[in-house]
Each structure stands twice: as structure tokens, then as C-alpha cells.
Design a protein around this ligand. Structure first.
Ligand SMILES: NC(=O)c1ccc[n+]([C@@H]2O[C@H](COP(=O)([O-])OP(=O)(O)OC[C@H]3O[C@@H](n4cnc5c(N)ncnc54)[C@H](O)[C@@H]3O)[C@@H](O)[C@H]2O)c1
Ligand SMILES: C[N+](C)(C)CC=O
Length: 489
């Protein structure tokens, strides 16, 4: 099997140590690739290349229109290779091919969007209060950007970082999760094919502790953009303080899905299923906390349990599969442990809570879709991100109680409210301390709207205009048009 390499300064390279890592398919544990396993030396090489390309290269001086065209060209190449990319993503993550294809379409759209946005901000003229002067505010690229991504949406999360960074004129080093690097490697080939100059976009592969940590610590890196778990985010933030680099953190969530008794019942049930069980719950914004109004609680739970029995787990490449495996044995053990925690805390297990028995599922890291009732905000299974197919259900009586329960969390990534009373929906929405609130829906995100979290769910925003601004520094340029001696000294 050919080794997949890193891309540094326009060259495909093996690790300096010669080490490789084996990548497996979580559906059946078969080996799907051997990839270079970089370490601190390789990371330093990539940082130096990106630094040189930013400081001495032409990229940041290339007209924004031209940079935008290149970013749009990458979008076209992703469209062209959509099927191959989607298949790689399904092999690497176990998610269904339908999901992977949808991800690739979103990803192409993100590159198209930032390609188009690249030249739209021409700066701002300020009315200066000082006579004989001119004042303007311009945005410039931040510099060298370290970018670290997780395994659950490997290429999507990379796209949210790479596209705006390039559009704004930065150079970058992307480090995908060591578990799921394949689509990021492939897209780096497309970035090369599009004609992005050497040293501008670099790819480093390896463990977070050796490569990601170094990106976060390095004094030669100007910005670190991280998507991942809260504890890793804390390490990244601490390391980033070494030179006070700019930070953007997209962290976890434990997202409330609030259903009032006047909601359209069948739709709310259907979407509550999707909110939690999509991609086996391995979604930062999964609706893992369901809050149901007392008056419909029992009926709602019964409908959910009935629907959950019918979920078809399996191979992401089969049309009938609705949900794939978890990403790894280690992650499955973590999810399994949360079931034990929930039971010990007094939650009632309604369905699931164990590994499935099907013969065709034994080689994969499968876990049954699980529902707990009788849950309270004092419980760890309600407060902590299990990042698996575990739904906790809480009851509420009043609107005020629903808001209070929903906000009783260290996280603030996303939430939803279901009701036919739009004034109630807007009241609740305005009280929720979250970066995204969906009304009568769950999960939509798109290139034009910002994404990010309140509270411990992160710092900064990706997507939308704000997602481009994250990759810029603001400079005020003041010009005295009639300079005179001050004669102060
Ligand atoms: N807010 C969002 O938009 C969003 C999106 C996707 C995933 N997530 C979160 O990501 C998490 C799941 O992903 P994960 O398990 O890959 O997260 P993780 O924190 O374990 O790893 C994320 C990345 O950080 C790297 N890393 C590990 N240690 C590091 C260190 N010391 N310094 C720098 N980098 C290091 C890893 O190699 C990986 O590339 C969940 O918490 C999920 O909510 C958030
Ligand atoms: C941000 N999102 C929803 C695409 C992936 C979260 O894990």
C-alpha cells in the first residue's frame, strides 16, 4: 500500500523519522491507508515554510480578486472529485455515503462562498476629527495560521478554515485528526492542482500532542484555529498564550432541543430523532438533551422509542443504512461508560445502552441508539458531551423552566425550540445563551451564516463574513496631509 504523505513547501514528503500510521475503516477495522506520521521536526519545517511564504512570498500581495479565483477553482475541483472524496470520507469515518456526499457539496459551497467574498471588503474611510488628514481602516491577513481539525466532519471542518484563510491572503498549516486524514490529504492535492503557490498551504500529519501542540505553541504562528474537544481546546488556548497569537476555538456542545406541547407532534418527533442519532450522535451540535413539556412527555417518549427500534445500523456504503459505527473502540468504550454513569445516577434506560448483536456489525464499533428518561441537570449524562447516540430526556412545565433548564450548562453551542406560537419561539430564542438557535428545525448550517459557541463552546466564529474576518487583522492608517513641526520640545 502506497504511503500517503505530508505536503510542505510544495513537496510531498514522508515523515523525517520514517514513521507511518495505519488508518482503519471503523465499520470493519480493515486497513484503508498508511500515512506519514509527522513529529515536531516535520511541524517545524512546515511552520518555517509557511512563515517564509507569508513574509517573503507574493501571496498576501496577490490581488484579492485573484486569490478569490483560486479559492473558487478549488471549489470546482472538489465538485469534480465529489464522489471520490465522499467515498474516502465514508471509509475513514463510517458515516453514510449520503451524508458524505452532502458534506462534499457543503464543502464546495464554502470554497465558492469565500472565493466570492475575497475581494468584497475594500476597507473603510473614516471621517477624521483632525484637520488636514485622511483616515482609513483596512483589513490585512493575519499571517501564518495553524489549523487543527477533529475526526467527525474531517473535511468539512478543514474547509471552514482553509477557504477563508486563503481568501484573506494568509499562509497555513492544516493538521487533520490523526484518525481521519484521508480527505484532507486529497483536498491538499486539489489545492496544489489549483495552483496555490508553494509554502502557502501546508499539510502536516501526526498526533495532536506532537504536531498540533507545536502549532499552538510556536512563536512563528500568528493564529491558531482549533476545532475539537473542550479539554484539548484548553491546552491549545494555554499554548497559544506563548506569543498571544489570535485564537479561534470551536469546541463541544450539549445542545437542548425544547419541545412545547403545541409543536407539530410528528415533525418534532422525527426531527428529535435526527437531532441526536444523525452520524451516531457524533456531532458537536447534536440535540443530545431533549426537553419535553410535561403534558406531552409520555406520548413523545413512546413515539421516540418506537422509532428508535427501527434504526438500521450498518455499512455506510449500503443504501439501507441509516447510521454507521462510532469512530473507534476507545470512543465506544467512552460512550458505553456514560450508559453506566446514567444508570448509576438514576436515569431510566428506555432503549439501547449496549453493543448491537447483529453478526454483520461485530467487526465495527457499533453502539445501539440509546434513550434515557427521568433525567435532571444535576446528572453528568445531561451535562457532559457523550458524543455518541445517547439521548437524555428532561421534563418541563413552563416556558421559564424550559429556558432555565436549557441554559443550565457550561456549553452554549446550539439549541432548538419547537412550537406553533412564533412569539413564544422568539421569546425563548432570545433567552437562550447559544451561538445558534433553530426554530422548528434542527441542524441547518450553511456557508453564509456564522457558526460558533457561547460560553465554553468556543471563541470566535467560522463561516459567514465573520469567518473571513477571523483571518484578518484590522489596521488604521492615518495620513497627515499637511505635516508641520509641533514645537513641543
Ligand atoms: N464546535 C464545532 O463546530 C465542532 C465541530 C466538530 C467537532 N467539535 C468537537 O470536537 C470533538 C470531537 O473531536 P476530537 O475527538 O477529534 O477532538 P480532540 O480534541 O480529541 O482532537 C481534535 C484535534 O486536536 C488535536 N490535538 C490533540 N491534542 C492536541 C494538543 N495537545 N494540542 C493541539 N492539538 C491537539 C487532535 O490530533 C485533533 O486533530 C467534540 O468535542 C466535538 O464537539 C466541535
Ligand atoms: C459544525 N458541524 C455541525 C458541521 C459539525 C459538528 O460536529
Amino acid at each position: 500500500m502506497n504511503q500517503k504523505q505530508m505536503f510542505i513547501n510544495g513537496q510531498w514528503l514522508s515523515a523525517e523519522s520514517g514513521q507511518t500510521r495505519t488508518i482503519i475503516n471503523p465499520f470493519n477495522q480493515q486497513v484503508i491507508a498508511e500515512v506519514a506520521e509527522g513529529n515536531e521536526k516535520d511541524t517545524q519545517y512546515a511552520i518555517d515554510a509557511a512563515r517564509q511564504a507569508f513574509d517573503k512570498g507574493d501571496w498576501r500581495h496577490t490581488p484579492a480578486l485573484e486569490r478569490g479565483k483560486l479559492v473558487s477553482k478549488i471549489a470546482e475541483l472538489i465538485e469534480r472529485d465529489k464522489q471520490e472524496l465522499a467515498e474516502l470520507e465514508t471509509l475513514d469515518t463510517g458515516k453514510t455515503l449520503t451524508e458524505s456526499i452532502a458534506d462534499m457539496e457543503d464543502i464546495a459551497e464554502v470554497f465558492r462562498y469565500y472565493g466570492g467574498l475575497a475581494d468584497k471588503d475594500g476597507g473603510e474611510v473614516i471621517e477624521s476629527p483632525i484637520p488636514d488628514s485622511r483616515s482609513k481602516v483596512v483589513r490585512e491577513p493575519v499571517g501564518v495560521c495553524g489549523q487543527i481539525t477533529p475526526w467527525n466532519y474531517p473535511l468539512l471542518q478543514a474547509a471552514w478554515k482553509i477557504a477563508p484563510a486563503l481568501a484573506a491572503g494568509n499562509t497555513l498549516i492544516i493538521k487533520p485528526s490523526e484518525i481521519t486524514p484521508l480527505t484532507t490529504i486529497k483536498v491538499t492535492e486539489l489545492i496544489e492542482e489549483a495552483g496555490v503557490p508553494a509554502g502557502v498551504a501546508n499539510l502536516i500529519l501526526g498526533s495532536g500532542a506532537k504536531t498540533g501542540q507545536m502549532l499552538a505553541e510556536s512563536h512563528l504562528v500568528d493564529l491558531i484555529s482549533f476545532t475539537g474537544g473542550i479539554e484539548t481546546g484548553r491546552k491549545v488556548m494555554t499554548a497559544a498564550s506563548s506569543n498571544f497569537k489570535k485564537i479561534a476555538l470551536e469546541l463541544g456542545g450539549k445542545n437542548p432541543n425544547i419541545v412545547f406541547d403545541d409543536a407539530e407532534f410528528d415533525t418534532a418527533v422525527d426531527q428529535a430523532m435526527n437531532a441526536i442519532f444523525f452520524h451516531s450522535g457524533q456531532v458537536c451540535s447534536a440535540g443530545a438533551r431533549l426537553l419535553v413539556q410535561e403534558t406531552i412527555h409520555d406520548e413523545f417518549v413512546a413515539a421516540l422509542v418506537e422509532r428508535t427500534k427501527q434504526i438500521k445500523l450498518g455499512n455506510g456504503f449500503e443504501d439501507t443504512t441509516q447510521s454507521g459505527p462510532l469512530i473507534s473502540e476507545e470512543h465506544r468504550e467512552k460512550v458505553e461508560n456514560y450508559v453506566t454513569i446514567g444508570i448509576n445516577e438514576g436515569a431510566e434506560l428506555e432503549i439501547g445502552g449496549k453493543r448491537p448483536k447483529g453478526a454483520d456489525l461485530q467487526q465495527g464499533f457499533f453502539f445501539e441508539p440509546t434513550i434515557f428518561t427521568n433525567c435532571h441537570t444535576s446528572m453528568r449524562i445531561v451535562q457532559e458531551e457523550t458524543f455518541g447516540p445517547i439521548l437524555t430526556i428532561e421534563r418541563f412545565e413552563t416556558e421559564e423552566q424550559a429556558i432555565q433548564l436549557a441554559n443550565d450548562s457550561k456549553y452554549g453551542l446550539a439549541g432548538a425550540v419547537w412550537t406553533k406560537d412564533i412569539r413564544k419561539a422568539e421569546r425563548v430564542s432570545s433567552e437562550l445563551r447559544m451561538g445558534t438557535v433553530w426554530i422548528n428545525d434542527f441542524h441547518p448550517y450553511f456557508a453564509q451564516a456564522p457558526w460558533g459557541g457561547y460560553k465554553s463552546s468556543g471563541i470566535g466564529r467560522e463561516l459567514g463574513k465573520l469567518g473571513l474576518e477571523e483571518y484578518t487583522e484590522v489596521k488604521h492608517v492615518f495620513e497627515n496631509t499637511n505635516p508641520q513641526p509641533l514645537q513641543w520640545f
